[in-house]
Design a binder for this molecule. Structure first.
Ligand SMILES: Nc1ncnc2c1ncn2[C@@H]1O[C@H](COP(=O)(O)OP(=O)(O)OP(=O)(O)O)[C@@H](O)[C@H]1O
Ligand SMILES: [Mg+2]
Length: 302
């Protein structure tokens, strides 16, 4: 890497850090612990506070009683067996469930203290601040440049598009591999590069949070390693929430982990996803409180 590039990356980081500092963060009261919230480590500010959150599809409950805080500038992992509601939960965080007509959300989801589901909140605005990266890379059938410029263009940015594209590609660790082929179709990139392009596309609108639903499950170990390195770097400036089936990945990158499972509800009529344990990742993996967590993380079930 050249010195100039390193400088620019440092500039990008400093700029993003300043943005993050200048944001008006709400005070977090200690009363939350009494209310059942699990305090997150390192005295980070909560970006999300979920309180009794539940989602039903066509009246059938998929997740319920989800109460936890998600902090800024760290990685929060959601783990649990297939069907326990990880995707349902992560989609609540940027109102992607709104796009599923049968889905209804109950309980509260505060984002920087504001009710995400409040009547005056525009879901499109929400998705600008809270970007999402999916399991399968989904670049648009456009050039690399146009993929990254898409969001800034929607926001009406015209003058400094080149700069915005370069900055996002640098932050997504894709600049070196793509700078000579920006006008080429994004489908010409490898799967791992396409996933980084999707991350760059999310970063280009200067989000606050990045949600990732199994972002590496379609990737080989080398591309997975690059995305993991990237996540660790990005967490300096963003809150990241990742869904993963890869226990080692959760242990490697995240600071907090929530383990969900799917169990019969109180009336024993149907199965619904709940949080079993939410703790610092190291604790959850080494000394979990709940035997169900231990069974899952040691590979005895799930
Ligand atoms: N669009 C939908 N319509 C109806 N039911 C749905 C929908 N999406 C999810 N569900 C149901 O909600 C429950 C949780 O599904 P979800 O996809 O959130 O689980 P998951 O933990 O992400 O699973 P996986 O690990 O397999 O991705 C499941 O019972 C599923 O069938
Ligand atoms: Mg899922």
């Amino acid at each position: 890497m050249t010195e100039q590039m390193t400088d620019r990356r440092e500039d990008d980081k400093a700029e993003a850090a300043a943005r993050s500092r200048s944001r008006d963060m709400p005070e977090i009261s200690l009363a939350s612990a009494a209310a059942g919230h699990v305090p997150t480590p390192y005295a980070r500010e909560a970006v999300f506070r979920l309180d009794g959150l539940g989602v039903s599809y066509g009246g059938v409950s998929a997740i319920r009683d989800i109460t936890l805080d998600i902090s800024e500038r760290q990685i929060t992992a959601l783990i649990g067996p297939s069907g326990c509601g990880k995707s349902t939960l992560i989609r609540c965080l940027n109102r992607m469930n709104d796009l599923i007509p049968a889905a209804t959300v109950e309980g509260r989801a505060l984002y920087h203290g504001e009710d995400l589901y409040g009547p005056s909140v525009d879901p499109v605005e929400v998705r600008k601040l809270i970007g999402m990266v999916f399991q399968k890379p989904n670049p648009f059938p456009k050039s690399i440049y146009d993929n990254v410029a898409f969001g800034p263009r929607v926001l009406g940015r015209k003058d400094d598009l080149d700069e915005a594209v370069e900055s996002a590609l640098r932050r997504a660790a894709l600049w070196d591999e793509s700078k000579d082929r920006l006008k080429k179709n994004a489908f010409g990139l490898s799967g791992g590069q396409q996933q980084r392009l999707c991350i760059a596309r999310a970063l280009a609108v200067d989000p606050d949070v990045i949600l990732m639903d199994e972002p590496c499950s379609a990737l080989d170990p080398i591309s997975t390693g690059r995305i993991e390195d990237l996540m660790v770097e990005l967490k300096e400036n963003y809150a990241i929430v990742i869904v993963t089936h890869n226990m080692q990945q959760a242990a490697r990158v995240s600071q907090m982990t929530a383990f969900l499972t799917v169990e019969l509800d109180d009336e024993e009529s149907h199965r619904t996803g709940r949080i079993v344990e939410y703790a610092e990742t190291e604790k959850l993996f080494t000394t979990p409180e709940d035997p169900r967590t231990e069974a899952y993380v040691t590979g005895r079930v799930g």
